[in-house]
Design a protein around this ligand. Structure first.
Ligand SMILES: [Zn+2]
Length: 77
């Protein structure tokens, strides 16, 4: 059994889906989220920052759609 350094959960080495090779060690993580947290360079901000960017992007997209199509959403067919 290996230990996830992020959340402290026990991770089975065999068939592990999320792991990284770090120098001569293999680090096992329970989930993609923990892996991303582990690999994220310091100063990149909290996971919520990513959501903020996506939120802004979607807002921009909605604004563009409004400009292109007015208040009525585009219809299919
Ligand atoms: Zn974890």
């Amino acid at each position: 059994m290996a230990k996830d350094p992020i959340c402290g959960m026990d991770v089975k080495e065999e068939g592990a889906l999320h792991f990284l090779h770090y120098e001569h060690e293999t680090i096992y993580l329970c989930s993609k989220t923990c892996k991303e947290t582990y690999t994220r360079p310091p100063g990149m901000g909290k996971p919520t920052a990513k959501k903020g960017i996506l939120g802004r992007f979607l807002e921009k997209l909605a604004k563009q759609n409004k400009q292109n199509y007015g208040d009525t959403p585009p219809k299919c067919h």
